[in-house]
Design a protein around this ligand. Structure first.
Ligand code: WAQ
Ligand code: MG
Length: 272
């Protein structure tokens, strides 16, 4: 069987030397040119202004991308940041992450410094990433055209068919495929984007409305990890190509109770 080549295409754009836009995906050869055009258009049409510097990387992948399913998606029906924070604590502590670690993550994500990558935190809250200022960047993930069309359809029904949600779901789906990762807390760095998420294999991708106060220009990601080789984990996050080719259910708003009631089922399911 002849194996088709895949390409990782990555874009980052800046205006006046400040980062304004980024995108990435994994594509087949026939789609490389269209993608370059799409990404360039995106950099020129960004809310934050027209980019004056665009970096594009087109990398032929030496490894066949690993195919995975997306995490199931839902939204927690909390009304304010206090309730969202409390619910995040309940969910994350139910999968074995200590309150100290969750506290530490919230603190680090709201202190006002934005890292380029994610923090790696053990379940006690000890930071494990080698570069504490930069964090670890997850790259080389994408979605097949077919799966993307299905995901768009699911998300459109929820009024959520946009790049922000899609990209976050694709990133989290790659991250949580790795058994050492237990959970994740994410808060956007966009001052107007107040929705964040927590993700885990046990519960999937749970959107957290109002997790951040409007106007704050910082955010970040924390991956909670358990015992294992951190070097191998970082290698996976940064370099292993992963392609989503199957979409799990995407649901609307659920209560904390409804979400907590689902854990055991999903957990036993994902252990296979
Ligand atoms: N790898 C690791 N960390 C990253 C990456 C990456 N590829 N990209 C961003 N980060 C970190 C970095 O610290 C950013 O400041 C922070 O995450 C937030 O990134 O369902 O938009 O791109 O409605 O601002 C989540 C909710 C949106 C989506 C997340 O993140 C929804 C978002 P942003
Ligand atoms: Mg952002």
């Amino acid at each position: 069987m002849s194996k088709r080549l895949h390409y990782s295409i990555r874009m980052r754009a800046a205006k006046d030397s400040v980062h304004i836009s980024g995108a990435e995906g994994i594509y087949e050869k026939n789609d490389v040119l269209d993608t370059v055009q799409k990404y360039t258009g995106r950099a020129y049409a960004h809310d934050k202004g027209r980019a004056d510097e665009i970096h594009l990387t087109i990398e032929e992948l030496k490894e066949t991308p690993r195919r995975i399913s997306s995490l199931p998606l839902c939204t927690l029906n909390t009304r304010n940041s206090e309730a969202a924070g409390k619910a995040a604590f309940k969910i994350l502590s139910s999968i074995g992450i200590t309150e100290r670690a969750i506290d530490e993550a919230f603190k680090s994500l709201t202190i006002g410094i934005t890292m380029r990558g994610a923090m790696l935190m053990d379940i006690e809250g000890v930071r494990l990433e080698p570069d504490l200022l930069r964090g670890v960047r997850v790259t080389r993930m994408g979605i097949t055209k077919k799966a993307d069309a299905i995901l768009s359809k699911h998300l459109a029904k929820l009024g959520l068919n946009n790049d922000t949600v899609k990209e976050a779901l694709i990133l989290a789906s790659k991250v949580h495929k790795y058994p050492m990762v237990l959970g994740e807390l994410c808060i956007s760095d966009d001052p107007n984007y107040t929705t964040g998420y927590i993700a885990s294999r046990a519960f999937g991708y749970i959107r957290l409305l109002h997790i951040k106060k409007r106007g704050l220009p910082y955010g970040g990601r924390a991956f909670f990890i358990t015992g294992g080789e951190v070097k191998e984990l970082i290698k996976y996050l940064q370099t292993t190509p992963v392609l989503i080719d199957n979409i799990k259910p995407c649901e609307g708003a659920l209560s904390l109770k409804e979400i907590l009631a689902r854990k055991s089922h999903r957990k036993s399911h994902s252990r296979k």
